[in-house]
Design a protein around this ligand. Structure first.
Ligand SMILES: [Zn+2]
Length: 464
């Protein structure tokens, strides 16, 4: 070798001083001197872990130099410094075969990759290095599992939104945002719409920038915000830090926001009344439709199902304003206040449901523990689970129905405030508030000859 390369790589996948790049390079240099090899260049990568497949710019540069015959050999401390996985080794073998370059290692002897024996040897050594690296990765995972079981937070190092850097105290302003977003999501508002609102209010996200759907969703669905320790998507214990949400809220949020098929997330509704508007002529649900002029309308379309009369239509803008006015007016009436007082009775019901959900969870946990300690056999565990799970999911379902009315809680008796910001609210948010109050709106056929907007065509049926 006349223009040899020395390659060294720092990683954490071995213990002790053999890691040190300086030592790797020194030993390669000593070896080169002893073997009368001229070293042309030293390539060093800082690569933290062997398993994560990060790029190695210096390794790539060295391979390019070998390919261009500017280097005629490689000296490394050990073969596992050169290759992190079998694919890299195979690619390297192709390179060596095509260029005839030599490979020498200080500790592992020489691998003549141009012979099948040398290649077989390199593959075996590579397989062992790979195994060691995987063992390490498993060790880290089991340490994390252990920490999780101990009620400690398994952190990725970054500060979690809503908490201080040590994850021991709440950040009150951020915690309030989490609580608000959770309530709105549970009331049926889309994650997208909540993000738009937070961004419009200039609420900084965890990273200080704009909110995005997946970030907000990840926060809302994390076990950590309800004080739970999560490991591989499973709640394993209660943590030692303050909770922002209740574990039940986390369960409900996860049920609502996760498990949705990919691509199902949609743009916010452009028609806040869609779903509650019915045709007075035929009774079909009316849908949002744009006229050729671009004007939005609600239309009784004869859709694929064949229902709909294809006749009744109304412009959307004025109609929506009218219904919004009616909703805002109703929010201020004593009649509604009275009804909401009786709705408060439902809060007792909610508490009872919550207790049922928590009790079921405790029973499930107890059973799982009994099975874990081999006090009961698997079959018995599975059989005992079923009725409890059914009870729990029924309670959760009824809870979901109750929660629907919580969309109003911030606005009752505060309609003036809501009126001022109504037009700025996202259609999704408007819709949540409307559908908490309005059961449905009937649009009657237009009176012949009357071309102006006619408020008398609409009938609102209130929910409460
Ligand atoms: Zn119709």
């Amino acid at each position: 070798m006349k223009t040899a390369a020395i390659y060294a790589r720092i990683s954490k996948d071995r213990d002790g001083t053999e890691n040190g790049v300086r030592r790797q390079v020194d030993e390669c240099l000593r070896w080169a001197k002893a073997h009368d090899v001229t070293v042309a260049e030293t390539y060093v990568d800082n690569d933290i872990s062997a398993t994560n497949g990060k790029r190695r710019p210096e390794y790539e540069r060295m391979c390019a130099d070998i390919k261009q015959r500017r280097r005629d050999g490689v000296i490394a401390w050990h073969l596992d410094r050169l290759h992190r996985n079998p694919i890299e080794l195979e690619q390297f073998i192709i390179l060596i075969e095509s260029t005839g370059a030599d490979v020498r290692t200080v500790t592992g002897g020489d691998y003549d990759l141009s012979t099948s024996d040398g290649r077989a040897m390199a593959r075996v050594v590579g397989a062992f290095a790979r195994k060691e690296s995987e063992d390490k990765s498993r060790r880290i995972k089991s340490q994390k599992r252990q920490r999780a079981n101990d009620g400690k937070r398994v952190s990725g190092g970054r500060r979690a939104y809503g908490y201080n850097a040590e994850h021991t105290q709440l950040q009150p302003e951020e915690a309030a945002i989490i609580l608000e977003a959770a309530r709105r999501a549970l009331a049926g508002e889309s994650i997208y719409s909540i993000c738009v609102d937070l961004n419009e209010r200039d609420v900084p996200s965890a990273s200080g920038g704009q909110w995005s759907g997946h970030v907000l969703k990840r926060i809302l669905c994390s076990g950590a915000v309800s004080g739970q320790v999560e490991h591989l998507g499973e709640m394993v214990s209660m943590g030692s830090w303050p909770a922002i949400l209740s574990p039940t809220q986390t369960t409900q949020l996860r049920r609502k926001l996760l498990n949705r098929p990919r691509g199902a997330s949609r743009a916010p509704r452009r028609y806040p009344l869609a779903g509650v508007v019915f045709c007075g002529r035929c009774g079909a649900k009316m849908v949002g439709k744009r006229r050729e002029s671009g004007a939005r309308t609600y239309f009784c379309a004869k859709g694929v199902t064949g229902v709909g009369c294809n006749k009744t239509t109304t412009v959307a803008e004025l109609f929506e304003t009218l219904i919004a006015d009616a909703v805002l007016y109703r929010l201020d009436t004593p009649d509604l206040q009275r009804k909401l007082i009786s709705a408060a009775a439902e809060d007792d019901q909610a508490d009872a449901l919550q207790a049922e959900i928590d009790r079921s969870q405790a029973e499930l946990d107890e059973l799982a523990q009994a099975y874990g300690e081999r006090k009961i056999p698997l079959r018995e565990w599975l059989m005992a689970r079923t009725p409890i799970e059914e009870r729990q999911s029924e309670a959760s379902r009824r809870m979901g129905q109750l929660i629907g009315s919580s969309a109003l809680e911030n606005y009752v008796g505060n309609a003036e405030h809501l009126r001022a910001q109504w037009t700025d609210l996202a259609p999704d948010r408007q819709r949540t508030i409307i559908s908490a109050l309005v059961d449905h709106v009937t649009v009657n056929p237009a009176v012949k000859g009357r071309t102006r907007f006619d408020p008398s065509r609409f009938e609102v049926t209130w929910r409460i």
